[in-house]
Structure formats: structure tokens, C-alpha cells
Design a protein around this ligand. Structure first.
Ligand SMILES: Cc1ncc(C[n+]2csc(CCOP(=O)(O)OP(=O)(O)O)c2C)c(N)n1
Ligand SMILES: [Mg+2]
Length: 732
């Protein structure tokens, strides 16, 4: 049993202490450079500690739902004090001290109410509006983070990267050029591959002299839930990062910590190079309210750590310096308790989110955003005198290329980046010429790490850029997809729409590379992109609709939506439907002309043909495969109409059902897998929508894709489509 609470320890310890050696003259600051500053720091720490107590009390009253606390970590207040309140902060979940200290820098702040409202899931929570207990505030430039430890580091890197190169950008980012990004995390979290990846990316950039104004803070309490960090490991691993300055500091030496943090933050700002502050902390009251730490730590161990209480340390420094007396310190501690508890007690009836519409509105709502058009000069930069609209008919790859050029010409905030997109112009030439026309400010190669590519998108979008990252192959999205599903997709949700990271992620994918490449160049698994609330997944199938579809994604991204534009590799360079007919080419429609966007809006589908017997619902490679099946079926007297879904998430349900109702039979042609593929949702949407006709589906096999001709045994074929359509009609 722990004999004394950390709460009781504070006053007892101060009252029974033997004063430190250093003699102090009453009220002269006793050698402390700035006693007022230390007092401000102390007050922020006290407020944070009492918020932890109050939240636990609120939980006993049935009002609070989340008790992971900051007790023992309140020295992170020094980090806030070393920065400007306008510096963007992506924080560890033990950041009560930081929050309280930063709030003191911004007039009109209400940190106590903010944190209590967040803990009680109140709609008054300033950041999430009642969706999560998280530190965040637009006024305080604190961006809310998810609970997935380490996952915020790639975004923090991306934000610093974007701000670092924003001086000559043709747009004004949300944060000033001389801002410092601060990103904190725990000692155990420092081992997560996401964190390690972002730190590596930071070192990689710093090594090349790329400006990266970021201060990482590792808050080291020596343990992650119940698992101790090996002695010396954190120092050793953080010190070993090339080109990143490492400085250690200790929460039990407040004046020194304040000076160290200030010095380091100033240096990051001046030199625009990354640094790590390794901050020694302790963890009081277990990992979270539900954690009985006595199961894995002895009572002695727990109590011994009281000696490292950062609040006691600050009080002692202030007392020893003669700034305050013991009774002043205890009085301040009790005053803070009274203030916080008064606020906590006033919480009786919390207004909470009460409808699914209110909960989901930040991730689905649309906004009015103007669509910019390029000046003739900017277009000339991209195309010279050869306008793509005058170049005859283009392939899908050429169309996407021209669309990207028009995008970069019209939107100086647009960025195209990824592996091999700049110099080489992409593996399939889709980004060819972009770098030459628009330069490294808008088009650049990244290091080989999809997590970092997406992190760059997350951070630059947050800063106000419009990122268009490329993932070289769908198979390689999978090792980084949490950056999309856990981070990008959730930002508007957890910030109640106050922060957004609109982007269009281009992914080359899907199969039918004629045996080339095997699974990794033919991956047809899209399930992971289809169950992320708010995320839009578009698949172009033909050059005639690809530009419009991309531009709709851009528009959505400008509104803050996360969009994935999945490009079927097998259709990039295709020219014909049937040999020599040039049916898979199309003239290029420049933005805003020819009504090219018509039919490409979110929720719209395309129909091809007007056969009355079977509606073939498909997308991507399924479109040309179904169209090739059409004349074969016509020979049997089966006349079909092909519907291109275009949008795989959210599915264009209304249009799908409306059109299906005109047919007695629907065949869903799905090149993805039988399980977890697209067709399951299409069939469900038809049933939910009241479709009463006959529905069948054909899909690829639940398999990975083998190399060479064996691929044909698991991939959906034109023969499968013909066979299924015949059976559908003949069985009837
Ligand atoms: C990716 C991920 N895995 C596991 C967890 C569960 N979890 C939450 S906190 C935590 C320990 C983190 O320890 P540390 O980074 O040292 O931070 P501390 O809580 O000690 O401040 C774990 C395993 C998580 N949130 N995210
Ligand atoms: Mg820890």
C-alpha cells in the first residue's frame, strides 16, 4: 500500500524540509534570474496538478471519462514558456503544464474550463467539441492529437518542413515563417517505428541543410504503462540521431530547465535546425485512472518518486531564493485547488453531443470554396505553346499529367511530391515535366518512406498548402496507412472542423499488368481505404472523365477533405478498347471549359450504353473489361448498360439505386477481392435502397497476385463477366 498520496506529500514535504544549502536573501530572488517567471511557471504547474485531481473527482461523480494525467510531467510548462503562443504545438497527452503555461501567454484564455470541459466530453470543449479528452485549442495553436502514440511525429515533421520552406511560397501559411513547431512524446513512444521514422526524416533533412524548425521534446518518466525503459537507452538513442541537437534537462531543476528550454527554442528558431529536449519527468498516480500501478511497482518505488515531484522542486527553488515562504507555497497550492475545484463543482449538467449528425458533421460537411483558375502566363509555364487541349487525344497518364500541370499553375499552394516524382517524373511518367515547369518549391522527391510522405502531406496541409502526394504503388500504402486513417482522416473530427488537412493522395494501383510485377505492383486491396469516415476514394477509368474526377477531389481537398485518387496502372497508357479503335483516348478538357466537371461531382456515376437487359455496375479496369464483354453478350441477344461508379467511398448510393431501378438485373463487376471488396457494399446498397431485381457479382479471388501468367487464375476476367451475365439472364 502507498502510505501517502502525492497530494498530501506536497505540503508535508515543504513543511518538514531541511532548506537547501544555498543561502537566500528574503525577496531578492536569491540569484534566480527571473523570479516572476519562475512564479508563473509554478502557478501553471499547480493548475495542471489540481486539474488532474479534479478530473479524478469528476470521474467519481460520473461526469468525467478519461483520467490520463499530467502529474509528474508539469515541468513541460517550461517548454511552453520558452516558445511563443503562436508556435504550433503537437503534444503528448501529459501536457497539462504546457497548456496552463501557454494559456497564461494569451489573454482571455480559460485553461481550467477548457480542460474540464474536455475531460467531461462537453460540447464546450474548445477543440473537440465533446468528441475526446485531448489538449487542443485554436487560440493557443495547440493541434489536437490522437491517442496513437508516436503517430503525430510525421505530421510535426511535415509541418516544420512546410514552414521551413515557406518564405518564398506564393501563399501565406497559417503559421509565420519564423515559427517553431513543438512536438512532445513519451520515452516508450520514442521507440515506435512511426516516431523513429519521423526523427530519421528530420535528421535526413537537417543533414542536407533543409530548414526544419522543430523542437522535439521527449518526456521521459522512465516507463511506458508498466514497462520500464532500459537505463540509459533513451539518452543513447536520441543522442545518436545525426544532425539533431540533443539537450537533456530535469524537471527537478526548474530555473535551469527554464533557461535550457529557452536557449534551445531560441536556437531552433534562429538556426531552423531540429533539436531534442530530453526532459526527465516522473509519473504520478499510475498510467491512467484505471491503472493500479501497485501491480507492477512496489509501494516504495512509487513513494520514492515523490522526491522528484517537479512542483516540490519549483516550490523549493522559490523558497530557497527567498521569493516565497513555505506557507506562501502551500497557500498557492491550496488556492489553485480551490479555484480548480470550484470550476469542477460547477459542472453538474454537461451538454454533450446528442445526434450522429452533430457528431459526424465536421467530417462530412461541405464548404463554399472558390475554384482558382490559372493565368495564361502560369499555364504557359506548364505547357509552353503546346496546350494539351490542342494535342489531340490523350491517354489516362497524359490526362492526369496535364491535369496536375493545370493544378500547379492555378494553385500556387499545391505541392506534388513522393518517391521519384520530380526528376524522373514518376515510375509511369505521370508527373513528367512538372518539376521542370514549377521547380522544387512545388514539385519534389521525398526520401523512401511512405509514412514520411503522408506526414509531409499532413503537416503541409495543416499549414495551408494543398498537398498532392504520390504513393508509388497501392501495396506500399499499407505500411503507412495509419497516417491516413488514424491521422489525416480524424483531424477535422477531433478539432470539430477547426483544423483540416485536405489533400489528394495519388496512388498507382490495381492489377492487370499482364503478369508483370507480381503482387506488389498489382495489389487490388482497397478495403482499408473504404471504411474511413469522411475519406473520399475516387477511381478514374477513362481519360475523358479523369480530369473532372481529379478536379472534384481537389475541390474537396480545398474544403478540407482527405481524398485518395486511385489510378489504375493498367489503364495509364492504354489507347484502345478493341484493337486500333483509340477508344481509350480522349481530348483534354482544360479546367472550367466544356463542362468537363459535369458528371464527375462526388456522388455522380457515369453510364455507358443503353442496353436494357443487364446493368453492369463496375469501376476502374472493370469498365473496359465490361465494355469488351458487351459485344460478346450482344451476340447472345443480351444488351447491357455499363455503370462506372467513379467513387468507391462514399459510394454514390442514390445514383446507383436510381439507375438500378430501371433494370431487372444487375451484375456487379469487381476487380477487387471477394471478401472485403467493393461489390459487397454495392450489393448491400442496392438491397438497402429497395432494389428488388436480381443481383449477382463477379470478383477476383481472395488471394495475393502471383507473378506471371498465373495471375490470370485469381484475377477477374472478361470471360467471367460474360459467363455471369449470361447466367443472370438465362437462369431467370
Ligand atoms: C500505437 C499505440 N500502441 C499502444 C498504445 C497503448 N499505450 C498508450 S500509452 C502507452 C505507453 C506510452 O508510454 P510513454 O511513451 O513512455 O508515455 P507515458 O505514458 O509514460 O507518458 C501505451 C503502450 C497506444 N496508445 N498507441
Ligand atoms: Mg513514459
Amino acid at each position: 500500500m502507498v502510505l501517502e498520496s502525492v497530494d498530501d506529500h506536497f505540503s508535508r514535504k515543504l513543511r518538514t524540509r531541511t532548506p537547501r544549502e544555498r543561502p537566500a536573501t528574503q525577496h531578492d530572488g536569491g540569484g534566480i534570474a527571473d523570479p516572476e517567471r519562475l512564479l508563473t511557471y509554478f502557478d501553471a504547474q499547480l493548475e495542471s496538478r489540481h486539474l488532474d485531481f479534479a478530473i479524478r473527482w469528476l470521474q467519481t461523480q460520473g461526469h468525467a471519462y478519461y483520467t490520463i494525467g499530467s502529474a509528474g510531467h508539469e515541468s513541460n510548462a517550461a517548454v511552453a514558456m520558452a516558445l511563443r503562443p503562436t508556435d504550433p504545438a503537437l503534444l503528448h497527452y501529459r501536457s497539462g503544464g504546457f497548456y496552463a503555461a501557454r494559456a497564461r501567454q494569451v489573454e482571455g484564455s480559460t485553461p481550467v474550463e477548457d480542460v474540464l470541459n474536455s475531460a467531461t466530453a462537453s460540447m464546450l470543449d474548445p477543440i473537440s467539441g465533446g468528441r475526446h479528452k485531448v489538449f487542443g485549442s485554436v487560440d493557443l495553436n495547440i493541434i489536437p492529437q490522437t491517442s496513437t502514440i508516436g503517430s503525430h511525429l510525421p505530421r510535426a515533421f511535415g509541418l516544420a518542413f512546410a514552414l521551413g520552406r515557406s518564405r518564398d511560397a506564393a501563399m501565406t501559411p497559417r503559421w509565420a515563417f519564423d515559427s517553431v513547431v513543438v512536438c512532445s512524446f513519451g520515452d516508450a513512444s520514442a521507440n515506435h517505428s512511426t516516431a523513429v521514422g519521423a526523427l530519421n526524416a528530420s535528421a535526413y533533412c537537417a543533414h542536407q541543410g533543409v530548414p526544419l524548425p522543430i523542437l522535439y521534446v521527449c518526456e521521459d518518466n522512465g516507463i511506458g504503462i508498466s514497462t520500464k525503459s532500459p537505463a540509459g537507452w533513451v539518452e543513447r538513442s536520441l543522442q545518436s540521431l545525426p544532425a539533431i541537437e540533443y539537450v537533456a534537462a530535469d524537471g527537478t531543476r526548474p530555473a535551469e530547465l527554464l533557461a535550457t528550454a529557452q536557449h534551445l527554442a531560441d536556437r531552433v528558431r534562429a538556426e531552423r535546425r531540429p533539436a531534442i529536449l530530453h526532459l526527465k519527468t516522473v509519473r504520478f498516480m499510475g498510467h491512467a485512472g484505471s491503472d493500479a500501478e501497485i501491480a507492477y511497482r512496489t509501494a516504495r518505488e512509487i513513494e520514492d518518486e515523490y522526491a522528484l515531484d517537479p512542483l516540490v522542486a519549483t516550490a523549493e527553488e522559490l523558497i530557497d531564493a527567498g521569493v516565497i515562504t513555505v506557507e506562501d507555497a502551500v497557500g498557492r497550492y491550496e488556492d489553485a485547488r480551490e479555484r480548480v475545484m470550484e470550476s469542477a463543482k460547477s459542472i453538474s449538467k454537461v451538454r454533450r453531443l446528442s445526434s450522429s449528425r452533430a457528431i459526424t458533421s465536421p467530417i462530412t460537411s461541405r464548404a463554399e470554396v472558390a475554384t482558382p483558375t490559372a493565368t495564361a502566363e502560369r499555364r504557359a509555364l506548364a505547357f509552353g505553346t503546346r496546350w494539351p487541349e490542342s494535342e489531340g487525344e490523350l491517354t489516362l497518364a497524359q490526362t492526369i499529367n496535364a491535369t496536375l500541370k493545370d493544378t500547379l499553375a492555378a494553385r500556387p499552394e499545391a505541392l506534388v511530391f513522393g518517391e521519384d516524382v520530380a526528376k524522373k517524373g514518376g515510375v509511369y511518367g505521370v508527373t513528367r515535366g512538372l518539376r521542370k515547369s514549377f521547380g522544387a518549391k512545388q514539385v519534389f522527391d521525398t526520401l523512401l518512406d511512405e509514412q514520411t510522405i503522408l506526414g509531409t502531406a499532413l503537416g503541409s496541409a495543416l499549414a495551408g498548402f494543398l498537398p498532392i502526394p504520390e504513393i508509388q504503388y497501392l501495396a506500399y500504402l499499407h505500411n503507412a496507412e495509419d497516417q491516413l486513417r488514424g491521422e489525416a482522416a480524424t483531424l477535422r473530427f477531433f478539432s470539430n472542423g477547426q483544423y483540416a488537412n485536405g489533400m489528394v493522395v495519388r496512388v498507382a494501383g490495381l492489377a492487370y499488368q499482364k503478369g508483370f510485377g507480381g503482387h506488389f505492383h498489382n495489389d487490388n486491396s482497397v478495403a482499408v481505404l473504404r471504411d474511413i469516415p469522411g475519406v473520399v476514394l475516387a477511381v478514374p477509368s477513362h481519360p475523358g472523365s479523369a480530369a473532372g474526377l481529379f478536379r472534384e477531389c481537389l475541390q474537396l481537398a480545398a474544403e478540407g477533405r482527405v481524398c485518395v485518387y486511385l489510378e489504375p496502372i493498367a489503364l495509364y497508357h492504354r489507347r484502345d478498347l478493341h484493337q486500333g479503335d483509340g477508344a481509350w483516348l480522349a481530348p483534354y478538357a482544360p479546367p472550367g471549359e466544356w463542362g468537363d466537371e459535369h458528371g464527375s461531382e462526388l456522388g455522380q456515376v457515369l453510364t455507358i450504353g443503353d442496353g436494357p437487359d443487364v446493368l453492369i455496375v463496375t469501376f476502374g479496369n472493370g469498365v473496359p473489361m465490361s465494355l469488351r464483354a458487351t459485344p460478346v453478350l450482344a451476340e447472345d441477344g443480351i444488351l447491357t448498360t455499363v455503370l462506372d461508379l467513379q467513387w468507391l467511398s462514399p459510394l454514390p448510393r442514390e445514383e446507383l439505386v436510381r439507375i438500378a431501378m430501371l433494370f431487372d438485373r444487375v451484375l456487379v463487376v469487381d476487380e477487387t477481392r471477394e471478401s472485403g471488396g467493393v461489390s459487397e457494399s454495392v450489393v448491400t446498397a442496392l438491397i438497402d435502397g429497395g432494389y428488388a431485381g436480381v443481383v449477382r457479382r463477379v470478383t477476383s479471388v481472395d488471394s495475393f497476385i502471383p507473378l506471371g501468367p498465373a495471375a490470370d487464375h485469381v484475377l477477374l476476367s472478361e470471360n467471367d463477366i460474360v459467363g455471369a451475365a449470361r447466367a443472370l439472364v438465362l437462369d431467370d
